[in-house]
Design a protein around this ligand. Structure first.
Ligand code: ASC
Length: 149
């Protein structure tokens, strides 16, 4: 394969990898639907790990690892949905007025869910419990600040 073709393929692969962060929306309602959908998926998969951490369902290490891995991936998605001019839904207008704080909390969530995925991969229930608690606190602090109702 020549160099030119190889670099074209690399660029295409890079564009696909970057696609979630570059999600574009035809209209404001699409952005709101997108971010709420991502949050819903996130809560479903986080909820499955949390249920094990809280003893509500029996611990299944493989299921915990698979769900935590999904949470880490999905936690990268909602933010593109808070695009400029898409105020609405349950999002408080403060999100667009305090972008630095919003970014700090969204970065914190992504760091926490990476740690949760690592803990779940390790299979130690106590480590999973600790990281479920830390991640849940991060969810809550951002919701308390930036979500209405
Ligand atoms: C969830 C969910 C949230 C968070 C939060 C953690 O599963 O839907 O909003 O966890 O309750 O405190």
């Amino acid at each position: 394969m020549n160099i030119r073709l190889a670099s074209l393929l690399l660029a295409a692969a890079g564009a696909v990898a970057a696609a979630p962060a570059a999600a574009q929306f035809a209209k404001s309602e699409d952005a709101i639907h997108y971010r709420q959908s991502a949050m819903f998926l996130q809560s479903q998969h986080f909820g499955r790990v949390a249920a094990m951490a809280n003893g509500r369902v029996p611990f299944d290490a493989a299921a915990a690892a698979a769900n935590a891995e999904l949470v880490a991936t999905i936690s990268k998605l909602p933010w593109a949905g808070f695009a400029p001019g898409t105020e609405g839904g349950k999002a408080k207008p403060d999100i667009w007025k305090e972008q630095a704080k919003f970014k700090e909390l969204s970065d914190k969530l992504q760091a926490d869910t990476e740690k949760l995925a690592a803990a779940a991969k390790g299979g130690n229930l106590d480590a999973i419990k600790a990281q479920v608690a830390a991640t849940g606190e991060t969810c809550k602090s951002c919701h308390d600040t930036f979500r209405s109702r």
